[in-house]
Design a protein around this ligand. Structure first.
Ligand SMILES: [Zn+2]
Length: 210
């Protein structure tokens, strides 16, 4: 993944699930704007830094530490922020990790350089590549670049799949584990999310988003 919308949704879900699990105080509505901006911050390489390769240093672990710190400042700004500091740190790291993890699960045309600037090898985990490696390379070779119009057309079905994947993860993380029927719904949701991820990559193997 993902489109900008997908990144904001994904990071918000990670925040909602982890802050609930850690009993952190709720953010004010205005702070969600900050959360959305921080969710998109790694893509500053594509938007502003034309000399930096996309999914390079701004998507690596070093940048993740810096962005975690910004998330930490944002989460600590919540009212009644009296929970233990370690919980804020853990929640901040999870929020900052969401973007590069989502990109790692996307198209390997742009693998994520997790150890940039020390090591420039990229990582991508893609079910399409895993199941059908050869056609993938063939298709990507001919369609490395997308015109804006085709990118917009691709975004609509892609967004539907993103919502299915992310809402499945949200249901899995937030439904209580104690009741038998909600436990069943949780596992159905995570299976739907995984299948959607596979189908998404099978149908849109050449789509790489920010
Ligand atoms: Zn990205």
């Amino acid at each position: 993944m993902s489109s900008p919308v997908g990144h904001i949704l994904g990071t918000t879900i990670v925040y909602a699930a982890s802050s609930k699990a850690m009993s952190l105080p709720k953010l004010s509505k205005g702070c969600y704007l900050g959360l959305a901006l921080l969710a998109l911050l790694p893509d500053i390489d594509a938007a502003l830094l034309s000399h930096t390769p996309h999914r390079g240093v701004t998507h690596g672990l070093l940048a993740m530490v810096a962005i975690s710190f910004l998330f930490y400042l944002l989460l600590r700004s919540a009212e009644a922020a009296d929970a233990p500091r370690s919980r804020f740190v853990a929640c901040s790291v999870l929020c900052a990790a969401a973007h590069p993890i989502m990109d790692t699960l996307g198209c390997p045309a742009r693998p994520v350089e997790w150890f940039s600037p020390f090591w420039y090898s990229g990582l991508s985990i893609d079910p399409y590549w895993t199941i059908l490696p050869q056609p993938y390379f063939y298709i990507v070779h001919g369609n490395s670049f997308y015109l804006p119009l085709s990118a917009i057309m691709d975004n609509i079905p892609q967004l539907i799949f993103e919502v299915m994947i992310l809402s499945g993860v949200l249901v899995f993380l937030t439904l209580p584990r104690s009741k038998v029927h909600s436990r069943f719904v949780r596992y159905v949701a995570i299976v739907v999310a995984c299948l959607s991820w596979i189908v998404w990559r099978l149908y849109f193997p050449t789509v790489w988003m920010r």
